[in-house]
Design a binder for this molecule. Structure first.
Ligand SMILES: NC(=O)c1ccc[n+]([C@@H]2O[C@H](COP(=O)([O-])OP(=O)(O)OC[C@H]3O[C@@H](n4cnc5c(N)ncnc54)[C@H](O)[C@@H]3O)[C@@H](O)[C@H]2O)c1
Ligand SMILES: [Zn+2]
Ligand SMILES: [Zn+2]
Length: 369
């Protein structure tokens, strides 16, 4: 370590002297455990080590546990959402200092490569979505954040951790992959398939544009009831397998201008294909582990467009302003709180969301509310 590094790591945040920490470790499909791992250390000049204060679980973590993402291998610490305090910084980090409270973006961005310069941080040549995927993640006491200048945001003094942890992933995901790619416009009819946290983030941010109708489709009446409170105009429970038919009846055969897929299974992609109106857009948000059928025999003459996107998190600074203004209140998504040590229980609750009435589960290192 250089002298400069030593100086930078002298702590305002009293880093732990321990060389190990607890973390949620993936051990192949269906298996994970809360166990000891080495505390992360600076590896590159652009790194920061962040002590996690708040984290949460994403639907994508459930996909990983199902084995849908083979890039995630045995031994990986999961988690790509978190708020924390910077404990160490490498010599190349200029915007963050020891003791700063930060919002960790789920996407790592160098801000310098060709993809970053196009605003496509998700495909950054030195990052992208690696956290809790190909490098160790945030469901731990501490995490190493590469490219810290591009991957962290300052946590505002008036911020609420439970609200702002939604900026790590679900709010930019819903907004970028769903609302922006779906080009939601005033007066549009929009269908959102999936009323999980991501679908609800689509619902909240779609309303920036005053769509005339928002159909929310899910299997879970509790989640649909939340969607109603958050501004959905019509709820459709798709348990009977006829959601598309019901929606087409309700729209007198017209369908919707924008169909947003926020689940990641073939059945929900099929609903989107069946309900998109002529001239409409299908925006896929869900992470898919299996092939879907593309019904070109029905869509070839419908003038539709289909988009896919891995969240870029380029809109996070804008969304932070909207949350701070009070116009967007993502803490409404929090249904359960657990100490980080109880993360296995938290996974149980989030994995049985319908039974438990769970949306976002907060994982707190330290005190619980
Ligand atoms: N593109 C990206 O960058 C990105 C980023 C984050 C999350 N995601 C993905 O977004 C998706 C949603 O995430 P989440 O956290 O809200 O997940 P989640 O698992 O909490 O929610 C999924 C919802 O889909 C519903 N559902 C399941 N099968 C259905 C069916 N046949 N018909 C209607 N509804 C059905 C469930 O009841 C649940 O409410 C996941 O696939 C996740 O991996 C994508
Ligand atoms: Zn996620
Ligand atoms: Zn880059």
């Amino acid at each position: 370590m250089t002298n400069a590094e030593l100086e930078l790591t002298t702590s305002a945040a009293t880093p732990s002297a321990s060389t190990t920490m607890k973390a949620l470790v993936y051990h192949g499909p269906g298996k994970c455990a809360w166990e000891d791992k080495p505390r992360p250390a600076i590896q590159d000049p652009g790194d920061a080590i962040v002590r996690i204060t708040t984290s949460t679980i994403c639907g994508t973590d459930l996909h990983i546990l199902k084995g849908d993402l083979p890039a995630v291998t045995d031994g990986r610490i999961l988690g790509h959402e978190g708020i924390g305090v910077v404990e160490h910084v490498g010599t190349g980090v200029s915007e963050f200092h020891v003791g700063d409270k930060v919002i960790i973006s789920c996407v790592t961005a160098c801000l310098k490569c060709d993809f970053c310069k196009r605003g496509m941080y998700s495909h950054c040549r030195h990052g992208g979505w690696i956290l809790g995927c190909t490098i160790d993640g945030t469901q731990a006491e501490c995490v190493r954040i590469p490219q810290a200048d591009g991957s962290l945001h300052h946590f505002p003094a008036d911020g609420d951790e439970e609200a702002l942890v939604m900026l790590c992933d679900i709010l930019p995901t819903g907004y970028e992959c769903g609302v922006l790619n779906g080009q939601v416009k005033p007066g549009d009819a929009v269908a959102i398939v999936g009323a999980g946290p991501v679908g609800l983030a689509v619902l909240l941010t779609a309303q920036f544009y005053s769509p005339a109708a928002i159909f929310m489709i899910d299997l879970d009446d509790k989640r649909l009831a939340v969607a109603k409170k958050f501004g959905a105009t019509t709820l459709i429970n798709s348990t009977d397998g006829h959601a598309a038919h019901h929606l087409m009846e309700l729209t007198e055969g017209a369908g919707v201008d924008v169909a947003i897929e926020a689940v990641g299974v073939p059945a929900t992609f099929d609903i989107c294909q069946a309900v998109v109106a002529a001239g409409g857009r299908i925006a896929n948000v869900g992470v898919h582990g299996k092939p879907v059928e593309l019904h070109m025999e029905k869509l070839w003459d419908r003038n539709i467009s289909l988009t896919t996107r891995l969240v870029d998190t380029v809109t996070t600074p804008m969304l932070l302003k909207v949350v701070r203004s009070g116009k967007l209140q993502p803490s409404k998504l929090v249904t359960h709180r657990f100490a980080m040590n109880d993360i296995m229980k938290a996974y149980d609750t989030f994995g049985n969301a319908a039974k438990e009435g769970a949306l976002k589960v907060i994982l707190a290192n330290g005190g619980l509310r």
